[in-house]
Design a protein around this ligand. Structure first.
Ligand code: DGY
Length: 411
């Protein structure tokens, strides 16, 4: 009999490629940015040096601009598309990489790793602090519109095919893309993945970024996809609060970070749809709120923002499904229980949602979420995501961030 903790540790060990983790073997064979943050949180429960190397290897791919890419292609792997040759980023960063970033969870997991052993962690936060600061500064300079953090590609948000992007994606005509062969659907049932219409646009947007030389100013100006995102805004707001705590530990001047926090607090309020009171994505090309409830909105507490409307939505989600929080509200006509970010529950989102609920004085809701998530993982394993009604596992198996949040939070 192998305990669940041992199984989770075995998943992390199995996905270890030597100083960094892959999210899962096969489907995602490189180092992904926010996946690595969660991996560090998992390793921090039983192997602190390995937690630090996860974060340090991630920052080895940071561009001189401060941008931290969403994928680092440390070693070629023909099982994944699109690889480094499609991104066309040669010369822009120290490691072959994509040209866009991902939700900045790293400062938060740096702080949590540090708090496990401050004496041993000191040297690590000294090295990471200026890199985190440069990354956050890059977001504030190049991806911030009126205090809201926007994404220039659905992959940048990490929520590739959320209903939030349906309007802006429909407005894109993916003309002139090079012929391509998807690899993801060779690993996973196509019903659990984005559609071909989505992929054509993902590739079209990569080509646009490449045409612009991944130049930050040009991208902010002319990428065809420019959407203010609650995931990004809330996660960066939280990350800035954690960076502020690290600055205090190091005796660094923190006025700049405090300024960012004020800007993002104001911006977060703009994401609130006045009609519903819910935090939603905004298409910056049209100014329109997305008009639906996704799991991104439940990160408000994680960002330090109270919201009775969202607490009501959470209570509804507990009633409406066995295994919340669904990535799309289950009563919405577009809810699709198994298709990636259009319905399934992602337990790493639950973990950070619960961190926020605890911080903001909602321990009962946090505990309910933990208990339901723990039951799901104990019964169904460490899959990438799950059907919120049946708990059926979906996407990749033996998944790093799912095993990590088991160890760090759910168990
Ligand atoms: C993928 O390939 O599906 C990833 O989500 C891109 O980051």
């Amino acid at each position: 009999h192998i305990s669940l903790d041992e199984q989770a540790r075995a998943v992390l060990r199995g996905n270890d490629r030597g100083g960094y983790s892959v999210p899962t073997d096969g489907l995602y064979p490189y180092q992904w940015n926010w996946d690595s943050g969660f991996a560090a949180w998992g390793f921090a429960q039983f192997d602190l040096p390995r937690a630090w190397s996860e974060l340090e290897t991630l920052f080895s791919g940071q561009w001189p601009t401060g941008m931290l890419p969403h994928i680092l292609f440390h070693r070629p792997d023909p099982g994944y598309f699109p690889g480094p040759e499609v991104w066309g980023t040669e010369g822009l960063g120290p490691v072959p990489s994509s040209g866009i970033s991902q939700p900045p969870v790293a400062a938060t997991f740096t702080r949590l790793t540090y708090e496990k052993d401050r004496a041993a962690g000191r040297v690590h936060i000294e090295a990471l602090y200026p890199k985190l600061l440069a990354w956050h500064r890059w977001f504030m300079q190049w991806r911030c519109h009126e205090g809201m953090i926007f994404v220039t590609h659905p992959w940048e948000s990490g929520r590739d095919n959320t209903v939030d992007w349906d309007g802006p994606m429909a407005a894109i005509d993916p003309v002139g893309i090079d012929p391509y062969t998807r690899r993801d659907t060779a690993h996973v049932d196509p019903h659990m993945r984005p559609t071909k219409e989505d992929y054509d646009r993902y590739l079209y947007l990569v080509q646009r970024g490449r045409d612009l030389g991944w130049d930050d100013a040009k991208m902010a100006d002319s990428m065809p996809f420019k959407v203010a995102d609650p995931t990004m805004t809330f996660i960066l707001l939280r990350a800035n609060r954690d960076l502020l705590a690290l600055a205090a530990e190091l005796g660094e001047d923190s006025a700049e970070i405090e300024g960012w926090i004020n800007v993002l607090e104001e911006g977060a309020e703009r994401l609130r749809n006045p009609a519903s009171g819910v935090f939603e994505a905004i298409d910056l090309k049209t100014g329109a709120h997305a008009g639906n409830v996704t799991s991104a909105a439940f990160l408000c507490w994680y960002a330090g923002i109270e919201c009775p409307v969202m607490l009501g939505e959470l209570m509804e989600a507990f009633e409406a499904s066995q295994f919340p929080v669904p990535s799309q509200k289950v009563t919405d006509p577009k809810f699709d229980a198994m298709r990636y970010w259009r319905g399934p529950t992602w337990t790493m989102m639950n973990a950070i949602t619960a961190l926020g609920l605890i911080d903001m004085g909602h321990p009962d809701a946090a505990e309910e979420l933990r208990i339901r998530s723990a039951r799901l993982l104990a019964e169904r394993g460490f899959a990438e995501y799950f059907n919120p009604h049946t708990g059926d596992p979906a996407g990749g198996g033996t998944f790093t961030w799912t095993a990590a949040i088991w160890l760090a939070w759910a168990s």
